[in-house]
Design a protein around this ligand. Sequence first.
Ligand SMILES: [Fe+2]
Ligand SMILES: [Fe+2]
Length: 175
Amino acid sequence: MQIFETLKADHENFKKLMEQLLATPPDDNSRTDLITQIRNELIPHVRAEEAVLYNTMRSMDVGEDAVRDSYREHMEIEALLRTLREKDTLIHEAQKTAENLKGVLLHHIEEEEGKVFAIAQKIFTPEESEMLNHAFVELKHRVGEESDLKTTLEYIANLMPPRFSNIFRGKKQSA
Ligand SMILES: [Fe+2]
Ligand SMILES: [Fe+2]
């Protein structure tokens, strides 16, 4: 399996979860669990996507603008997700934030598949795309077990040029 198939399958899952969230009234008890589920599936996806796909592309100097936009959108998605988790008791705000998140997420998925994947599919061989898939699946699983603080630090590390991010990660581990 190539990384693009795995990522697209995740994207389809996010679209379904967002539909489910918007169909769940803010005062419904299941909403908190659903938001937690979205967080627990979305954050490992974006973090592993950055580390495995975006950073490999950056190291090859391809798709610079598209990748930079995607990083920014990940940050926007995470900010909305945080707001959604914090303000879930305010019914009006909660629904507005859920709609915003859906809008930003759908836009991101469209741009990512249409621009980032389109560029990546031209530069990676099928074998390389399979290797990236293995790395993505493995890393996603690992990120899933990390705390919010750790995943935020990983976001910062992923944004750095590799030689700096390695130092940053090294320091973090020994701290
Ligand atoms: Fe993605
Ligand atoms: Fe993404």
